[in-house]
Ligand binder design. Structure first.
Ligand SMILES: [Cu+2]
Length: 367
């Protein structure tokens, strides 16, 4: 047998207590990723299902463990015991322990199947539809244009939805398989290249929620996150209309210089600064930057642009954008921009300090 020194045993015990504590913290409803704080009907039905399955598991656990402990004590071998009578095969017992679990599995399967279908088929096919497209390693959101059925509005990293309304979600990917999950609202459904998966979501309260990719999709999978902003209906409509407009073109000379750098340094190979495009048009490799300065986060949640009041803060945004542009590889190791943009691949194309400042000024003007 493996012999461990008391010190090691102590350390292992400590590590196990630590892991248990970490697991339990996952259950605190206050955690932004907690599934125990459902804020919408889909998350609620998933939570209900979790409790049903947990209860079924708990009953089995108590019965089986109880029978084992009872038998260990009641039928333990005493000093003078002979070898007991040996039994081989007992149809009644075998039938019972096949039928019992089968019945239990069927009982668990019924609510599971009902919930799965309820969550897949939207209660309102005409509700607002958002196409969610996965990219390594950021989320793109596409909305139908309110006035023009041939056009759509593209946005990244922040998903905006109206409160108390069904939102139909079409899931797809432009590279590998990703998965869409908003722990407090709904999840998790795979995003497959070519599309095909759909779901619906609904939030019961306005506010700010966390979303996350849930299917391992490469080195920066953990930093493939997004935020969900739930607005009142009027605020949502106003937001969508403002997204369809171009950003204000500031006459500030530094901003204009930044725009020139943006157009000449190869950035436009991967980034658009026009949010309205034809429906279904293939996206460029990088997030649409039309209103980047109004995002709560950039680079898949690596940078949070909000101040203490929860609103996007200009100074924080500028600092984040600068850190990102100075060294995207350091900020998010292995990301596509650091790997493939000429400014970071070729030393002779590297951005000068003056170009960097101008770019920061330009991108900060894109509200
Ligand atoms: Cu992913």
């Amino acid at each position: 047998m493996l012999r461990l020194s008391p010190r090691y045993r102590y350390l292992i015990a400590l590590a196990m207590v630590g892991m248990l504590a970490a697991l339990l913290f996952g259950c605190t409803p206050n955690d932004p990723h907690s599934t125990f704080d459902a804020r919408g009907p889909v998350a609620q039905s998933q939570l209900n299902l979790f409790w049903i399955i947990l209860a079924a598991g708990a009953i089995v656990f108590v019965l089986v463990e109880g029978a084992i402990i009872y038998s260990i004590i009641k039928f333990r071998r005493r000093r003078n015991d002979e070898i007991p009578e040996q039994v081989e095969g007992n149809s009644t017992v075998e039938f019972a322990w096949t039928a019992g679990p089968t019945a239990l599995l069927v009982l668990v399967a019924i609510p599971t199947i009902i919930t799965t279908f309820d969550n897949q088929v939207s209660p309102d096919q005409n509700a607002l539809t958002v196409d969610v497209v996965g990219h390594q390693w950021w989320f793109e959101f596409r909305y139908r244009h309110p006035d023009d059925p041939e056009k759509e509005i593209r946005f990244a990293n922040d998903l905006h939805i109206p409160v108390d309304e069904v939102v139909n979600v079409n899931l797809g990917s432009e590279d590998v398989i990703h998965s869409f999950w908003i722990p407090k609202i709904a999840g998790k459904v795979d995003m497959i290249p070519g599309g095909g998966n759909t779901m619906w979501i609904q939030a019961d309260q306005t506010g700010f929620y966390y979303g996350q990719c849930l299917e391992f999709c490469g080195v920066q999978h953990a930093n493939m996150r997004f935020r969900v902003i739930v607005h009142s209906e009027e605020d949502f409509d106003a937001w969508l209309r403002s997204e369809a407009e171009p950003a204000i073109d500031s006459p500030d000379p530094l901003v204009q210089e930044g725009k020139r750098v943006f157009l000449t340094a190869g950035c436009t190979a991967c980034h658009q600064t026009q949010s309205v495009v034809n429906v279904g048009q293939v996206s460029l490799q990088g997030p649409n930057l039309t209103h980047v300065a109004s995002r709560t986060n950039i680079a898949g949640g690596v940078f949070d642009n909000r101040g203490e009041d929860g609103e996007v803060n200009d100074a924080i945004f500028q600092r984040n954008i600068r850190t990102w542009l100075e060294d995207p590889e350091k900020a998010k190791t292995g990301n596509v921009m650091a790997r493939e943009a000429p400014s970071y691949m070729n030393p002779e194309d590297a951005l000068s300090e003056a170009e960097l400042s101008a770019l920061v000024a330009y991108l900060s003007s894109l509200k």
